[in-house]
Design a binder for this molecule. Sequence first.
Ligand code: TXA
Ligand code: MG
Length: 523
Amino acid sequence: MIKRFFFERNNAIIGCMETIIEKIDKNQIDKEVIAKAGEILRRGGLVAFPTETVYGLGADALQEAAAKRTYEAKGRPSDNPLIVHIADYEDLKKVAVNIPAETDILAAHFWPGPLTMIFEKSGVVPYGTTGGLDTVAVRMPADPVARAVIRAAGGFVSAPSANTSGRPSPTTAGHVAEDLAGKIDMILDAGEVDIGLESTILDMTVDPPMILRPGAITAEMFEAVIGEVGVDETLLGDESNKAPKAPGMKYRHYAPKAQLIIVEGDLREEILAIRQLAYAAHRQGRKIGVIATNETVSFYNYGTVRNIGTRENEKTIARNLYRVLREFDEEDVEAIYSESFAVQGIGRAIMNRLEKAAGHTRVSASAVVKKQRYRRITFVSGSDSARGPMAAEILRHLDLKQEYVIDSRGMVVLFPEPANQKAEAIMKSARMTLADHTSRQFDEGNLQDDTLILTIDESEKNKIISEYGEHENVYTLNEFIGDTTAIPDPYGQPLAAYGKCYEVLNGLVIKLAEKINSFAEEE
Ligand code: TXA
Ligand code: MG
């Protein structure tokens, strides 16, 4: 008794108990480890374990005191009810009453799996577990470790996500340890979870059943099985000031330390908006993060950029979301800009969690994108190995008020080559580099409405016009800035000639920067 008292005090006040961490293989479950977990749970202790959605913080769902300890460890308000996890369908009848007929067919399709259903509770479920409600949330997880733990504990394990209240839910045992080591008895580590977002919650006490939290089982999937389902209207937008029906949905869960801002629009506009926001932050010396996707990550050059997954398979995005948010907590960024996702299929759950993490802060991409006469500046030389790439690199190092993609092309590039070595030596002495440069042939695709084409010599401009016709965005560099200084061609000459060429280019590109910055003021 004395020991328990001491233990609880420590747990509640300073959280310095020892947490056992055990690795466990899903395919070859160690029975002894499971037996130990079961024993801790039966004693009223706390064991974090993997489920297919997120890691859960397990406690015996039928012990009032165990629920209290769960709330303490998580720092969670005790009016936020817990989900009771079962391993066998027959056990549902022990914790729920007035179970509607559709439950069988839903369970046949989606259990075990990432679905939680809400029913009227039976007398055995303490109010501590249901946050004082007369209803109970029940889920039968698919993860084999979870099922073994539930059985070892006696069949009924309450398990909220195993994070500190207000942090992203844990998708690895490492995340659990970050938040709860020293506050719980045991963590079972079976690696990364599969889905990465919490289960779909479906309220079975109303007709038709209503989705209270979107997840991997989507409205479309329910409809295919039982016909129409409702969706809690408070999930649909931030305008509603009604309280959500799942008490947990009202808290600003999943909150990263930095302000998360969702940029919404069509994808092209989102990319432009985030590029401009990131560039503006860069110029002001502010550190920001960007949540990008496989398809878009290469478009971002400023800030801490994270690739969250591929738009072709949004399950990858769901799986990585919380990890990426946690990683941003380790970065010292003050704001995170995220692309947005279509609200359909699992995209609905992704956007729901992103919006909660953002505290519903969104900006419309089209409202943010500033009009710019040019978005890209392409220098064109003969071989794209010295003067063009040098001009581009010099311009990249100047302070431009607006964000531009700056690159170079050549009119006669037979095959891709690295930059001329003497040009690179000169750039290095000026603390710049052409190390990433590969020469590329100019083609018609470079003639875009938003691209300013600046040729080094008159001859390249003439060649573009003769091949592709007149184009209003094509100038020689000199012509564009109103200068006449000849740009020497150092090809085949000693290093000093490259040095002289650099001096001339530098002077002209500085004038160019002034000119394009004057557009920024007008726009
Ligand atoms: O995927 C999951 O469901 C994970 C894993 C561990 O199983 N668990 C989880 O639990 O997400 P938790 O506690 O983080 O979220 C439970 C949600 C809360 O929003 C809570 O308000 C809601 O379920 N909930 C629980 N019982 C409810 C009830 N009787 N009526 C309405 N909402 C309820
Ligand atoms: Mg949670």
